[in-house]
Design a protein around this ligand. Structure first.
Ligand code: CYT
Length: 275
């Protein structure tokens, strides 16, 4: 991170600000197969990432690559339909750049979602999980490099990286909707190969409940900038070795399609109650 970063953020911010009427309060990052939530945004203004200064372009199948600005259940939002993954070849600074731009636009809270593999043997594909905490097993950190003290501290606290009050809110809404909501620790790996059964056994021993290839870098940067985070994983498959069947990205997309409506209802209601 450098002084140059602040300048790039400002260029991206002002480009977006020139195209939108609202002042987003909440940011949403929609993971694989979960982009439908963006279709619910009212008075939507779409800005493809490719138009925005200094943005990389997303390439992975099953991911769109556009910002959607507007209102979701009355709350002004910035929705990322598609995100950048480390495994696509971007630096973590590129992966997390949109989070910084959303902060520059004024968001105070971010809802980060993903499709993940379930490590807890009893969990089923299609379950939803609130992220309580994470394990950064990407073994790299988006904050490495000179720190710009205007953006955040050199050594950010991560003891409540996933805001406790937002987790409580998510459980309240789920209860009202009669939805069973899991809670657990998300393990972030680089991918893009899925884990081996031995790795999944290791992750279980280490305290992981779900595993994926995103989220951790964005959440570190959100914490760096003082953004409150809510994380929700869609358990898209049982992790490797739990069943005999091979893992496929098609399966991940298929399951996320199946639980779409529950996911959309949950997140919509949570967003409507964010203050
Ligand atoms: N599933 C997934 N591992 C998995 O098993 N969606 C990401 C990583």
């Amino acid at each position: 991170m450098s002084i140059e970063l602040a300048k790039q953020m400002e260029e991206a911010r002002s480009y977006i600000a020139s195209k939108i009427q609202i002042a987003p309060k909440v940011g949403l990052i929609l993971g694989s197969g979960l982009g439908v939530l963006a279709d619910e945004v009212e008075d939507a203004v779409e800005i493809p990432y490719s138009e925005i200064p200094h943005f990389p372009v997303s390439t992975v199948e099953g991911h769109a690559s556009t910002f959607v600005f507007g209102k979701l259940s009355g709350t002004p939002v910035a929705v990322m339909k598609g995100r950048f993954h480390y495994y696509e070849g971007y630096t973590l600074s590129q992966v997390t750049f949109p989070v910084r731009v959303m902060k520059a636009l004024g968001i105070e809270t971010i809802v980060v979602t993903n499709a993940a593999g379930g490590i807890v043997p009893e969990w089923e594909a299609g379950d939803l999980m609130v992220i309580r905490d994470h394990l950064n097993l990407m073994f790299r950190n988006p904050l490495i490099g000179p720190n710009d003290d205007r953006l955040g501290p050199r050594f950010p606290d991560m003891s409540n990286a996933y805001a406790p009050e937002l987790r409580t809110l998510a459980h309240e809404v789920a209860r009202e909707q009669g939805l069973e909501l899991r809670e657990g620790v998300y393990v972030g790996l680089t991918g893009p190969s899925y884990e081996t059964p031995a790795e999944i056994r290791m992750l279980r021993l280490l305290g992981g409940d779900a595993v994926g290839m995103s989220t951790v870098p964005e959440v570190i940067v959100a914490n760096h900038m003082g953004i409150r985070v809510l994380g929700i994983s869609c358990i898209a498959n049982k992790a490797a070795g739990i069943l005999d069947t091979p893992l496929s990205h098609d399966e991940v997309i298929e399951i996320t399609k199946r639980i779409r409506s529950q996911f959309v209802a949950l997140v919509r209601e949570i967003v409507s109650r964010l203050k």
